[in-house]
Design a protein. Structure first.
Length: 615
């Protein structure tokens, strides 16, 4: 029985927590806390600081440093902040103000406290000495707030927690412990070259790459997806954003959970995306544009779509500090981290086709790449997932990533491969080598060549047999962590001019079927590639428990069950059409020898998956 004293204590504690929560929005305290005070939800702390503008001196982005320590009973996060103009620049378009913000997602329920460090000095934003510079207003500000559990469900990442690299072949959600396999879009790489984002324009001289039907601004509108925008979805400036928000709604409706995009492509293929106030600027950032990006990224998170943030291209990897980690590069990375690292599912990709190719003799060095990755790791307050994208062929492919095996701050390669037939071999290769280097990599296939083809529209390739078998299932059956689809230049809705993701509607379906099979039917995070056990196919197995066999060209296959004498149920899965498991001519098989799986229920000349589960 609870004592009256304990009951009173609990009541007083609850009242105190409520009062503290309410006081968080009291501007008289010197700060406001916006957002739902729940685990994995964004809390935005706004404080008053110096009144400055994007063009002020001292530079508000480079010469001020705001860091907020958030503490619970068991955890502390040192979170970088940023200049937020008037605090509402996504709507107002303001370039000036005295509002400085930090975004944070509490990881556990209960009381959290915060304390603000806010200082000014030369290049202080990238100075790692916490005592450098001099204090400014709001330095030393403290507060406390109470957090309750999230109420979200479904695909919304807030229902699952932060997606983290945990030293295994798959990412795992911190909240639920579930493992993640991705399927999504690699195109358009210039996704953020969207006309409704403030300050966005075409900056290059490769006119025509966006196609003849686009206006002379050469920017995306995503008009075919305006119809996918739903009442209650976000907009800015009253009506803007419906095309890109609708596009993500469509991808989510197809079961996709990842989208790839560049945050800077100056001098690159698109030359139409940058975070700065101007294409030639390197030290000052566009507050309203970046706040509108945040609206978009927040919607992606709520839909359950990972942000695959690609920080540069092969054409511009030496644009900042000649490739080295110096003032420009550190500031660029810190600004993006401070504004967006709170999101629960992020891939930080240090660069598309990072490293020199045979046609580009100048590029970042191995040391440059390592320093860039390490800076992201230590600047982000969270367990960041960091990869680098490869060139498609040898020797560039191996030259880029072999020297990074075992490097503690890289978590996997983002593989570009051409032709698709290489996917299974290379996925297995890097999984094996990284494990041998005691730093297992998460291995994804994020671009398929040749560059002019990629994944063709349904109108040109309605079956997608090659891509489905040689890339999608080839990656997953090797123990890979998923794929993103690139659209080639010779077809409608290509990598730079894609306006309508429905052009590959069938491919999204087939990708979803693969993800559903792995998530519903397999303990895939406990399985590994065992091709040696089968003839004419791929085998992913948890030996003596579960075996999945992918048969690319139909027909019977033989599986070696000599190591077990157990009885196994045998069912079939259709990777072309999805659906429920089906029964073939054999309902079960017994171990102890090499045995036939029999034939598929129908369309025996097509690809099928055989599933064996121990009875």
């Amino acid at each position: 029985m609870t004592s009256s004293r304990t009951t009173k204590s609990l009541i007083l504690t609850s009242i105190l927590a409520l009062l503290l929560t309410l006081s968080c929005s009291n501007e008289q305290s010197g700060y406001t806390l916006d957002g739902e005070l729940k685990t994995w939800h964004t809390v935005t702390l706004s404080i008053k600081g110096p009144w400055v503008s994007e063009q002020s001196y001292p530079n508000p982005f480079l010469n001020y440093r705001m860091v907020v320590a958030f503490k619970s009973e068991t955890e502390t996060y040192e979170v970088p902040g940023y200049f937020a103009a008037d605090g509402n620049s996504a709507e107002s378009g303001s370039v000036q103000g005295d509002v400085w913000q930090v975004r944070f997602k509490p990881t556990t329920p209960g009381d959290w406290s915060f304390s603000v460090s806010f200082r000014e000095g030369e290049n202080l934003a990238i100075d790692e000495n916490p005592q450098a510079g001099t204090p400014v207003s709001s330095d030393g500000l403290t507060g406390i707030f109470n957090v309750t559990p999230s109420d979200k469900k479904g695909h919304d990442f807030r229902a699952h927690g932060r997606l983290e690299y945990v030293g295994e072949r798959y990412l795992r959600f911190a909240g639920t412990g579930n493992y993640f396999i991705k399927g999504g879009s690699d195109s358009p790489e210039n996704l953020l070259a969207y006309r409704d984002f403030d300050g966005t324009k075409y900056g290059g001289d490769n006119k025509g790459r966006m196609g003849e039907d686009n206006p002379n601004t050469n920017l995306h509108s995503y008009l075919p997806h305006v119809k996918d925008w739903k009442e209650g979805d976000p907009v800015w400036h009253d009506t803007k954003g419906k095309g890109i928000i609708g596009a993500m709604n469509y991808l989510a409706s197809k079961g996709m959970n990842s989208a790839y995009f560049l945050t800077m492509n100056v001098l690159g293929d698109g030359d139409d995306v940058w975070p700065w106030t101007a294409r030639e600027e390197r030290y000052r950032f566009d507050c309203s544009k970046l706040d509108q990006w945040e609206i978009f990224f927040t919607h992606m998170e709520e839909l359950g779509i990972m942000m695959h943030v690609v920080l540069q291209e092969t054409e511009n990897e030496c644009l900042l500090d000649v490739g080295r980690l110096d003032v420009q590069r550190k500031l660029y990375l810190r600004e993006l981290i401070s504004r967006y690292s709170h999101h629960l599912a992020i891939t930080w990709n240090i660069g598309e086709e990072n490293g020199p190719a045979h046609w580009t003799p100048v590029g970042q060095t191995i040391q440059d790449r390592k320093e860039m990755m390490s800076y992201i790791k230590k600047t982000s307050p969270y367990n960041s997932f960091i990869v680098t994208h490869t060139h498609s062929g040898e020797p560039e492919h191996s030259a880029l990533i072999e020297p990074l095996l075992g490097f503690k701050d890289m978590n996997g390669p983002s593989l570009q491969l051409s032709p698709p037939a290489l996917v299974h071999e290379y996925t297995r290769k890097w999984i094996t080598l990284s494990a041998e280097a005691s730093m297992p990599w998460v291995v994804c296939t994020d671009e398929l060549g040749p560059h002019w083809m990629g994944v063709m529209p349904d109108a040109d390739d309605p079956d997608h047999d090659t891509i489905r078998s040689e890339a999608l299932w080839a990656n997953l059956m090797a123990g890979g962590a998923g794929v993103e689809w690139y659209f080639g230049y010779n077809y409608d809705h290509a990598d730079l001019n894609c306006e309508d993701w429905r052009s590959r509607d069938i491919m999204w379906n087939q990708t979803r079927y693969a993800l559903e099979f792995f998530q519903k039917e397999l303990p895939f995070f406990q399985m590994s590639s065992h091709d040696e056990l089968v003839s004419g196919g791929y085998c992913l197995a948890k030996p003596q428990d579960t075996y999945a066999v992918y048969i690319p060209s139909g027909g019977k296959t033989i599986i070696d069950l000599s190591a077990t004498t157990d009885q196994y149920s045998l069912t079939w899965y259709d990777p072309r059409n999805g659906g429920e498991l089906q029964q073939g001519e054999i309902a079960s098989i017994k171990g102890g020898s090499k045995v036939s799986t029999g034939i598929a229920p129908s369309h025996q000349d097509k690809d099928w998956v055989v599933l064996l589960k121990k009875k």
